[in-house]
Design a protein around this ligand. Structure first.
Ligand code: MN
Length: 239
């Protein structure tokens, strides 16, 4: 899906991996002072891990209803939950959502995925093509002739270091893989071919893999100035 740049005075922002951190997301949007004419790109994984997946989704759906230019991509978490809702029997599905996802607030009292969320997830595209950028949840499979056809790579790609060249002349902006803040800032400042934006917003406490002094923020990149707004997780105050 190709998206044209807005006129000069309007801004373009990208936010990745909100993962249920509603209050942090809202605070970040207030700090950038998002206007209706701006473009806001979201890189997927709105749900799970944090406690407020439903509030995040309702907020995004409402911004769209109010005619904000919100462009939301599909993450593996959205893809997994719609697949599970189609493939599993209801008991297994509820178990999956409860145990794996902590997102029981996405379900009806009968244990089905609420139709408004199913519709939203089902509508999400896999990538956006902009003037100078591709935006995608996890990345592109650069080993095949046309990376724009490998949809599972777009959702799941784990490899942290396989892009040193632009894709069709464009920079690629990704979420999905947690990167430390200093790595992200370096990629932005040095204009890397691939810019990661997932700083592991939910990882605020001591963690077995991550140095949490370098994680725990939700980030917003201005695509035209490359200014980065760093919002510390405030959802922990609401849990
Ligand atoms: Mn992901």
């Amino acid at each position: 899906m190709k998206i044209e740049k807005p006129i000069e005075s309007h801004k373009r922002y990208v936010i990745a991996d909100i993962h249920g951190c509603f209050y942090t997301f809202k605070q970040l949007l207030e700090r950038i002072n998002l206007q209706k004419e701006d473009q806001l790109f979201l890189l997927g994984d709105y749900i799970d891990r944090g406690l407020f997946s439903d509030k995040v989704l309702d907020y995004i759906i409402n911004l769209k209803a109010l005619n904000y230019n919100v462009f939301a991509l599909r993450g593996n978490h959205e893809n997994n939950i719609i697949n599970a809702s189609k493939e599993y029997d209801n008991k297994t599905f509820q178990f999956f959502v409860k145990k794996m996802n902590k997102s029981t607030n996405l379900l009806t009292p009968e244990g089905f995925l609420k139709p408004k969320y199913f519709e939203f997830f089902n509508s999400l595209p896999y990538f956006f093509e902009l003037d100078k950028f591709y935006l995608v949840h996890a990345g592109f499979n650069r080993k095949i002739a046309n990376p724009l056809f490998d949809f599972s790579a777009m959702l799941e790609l784990k490899n942290k270091s396989d892009y040193f060249h632009l894709l069709n002349g464009k920079q690629v902006i990704i979420g999905h893989n947690v990167h430390y803040l200093n790595e992200i800032i370096k990629a932005i400042n040095e204009n890397y071919a691939k810019i990661p934006l997932d700083n592991g917003c939910v990882y605020t406490q001591k963690h077995k893999f991550y140095d949490t002094s370098q994680t725990g923020n939700l980030l917003c990149l201005n695509l035209d100035t490359f200014e980065l707004t760093i919002q510390k997780n405030i959802d922990i105050d609401y849990e």
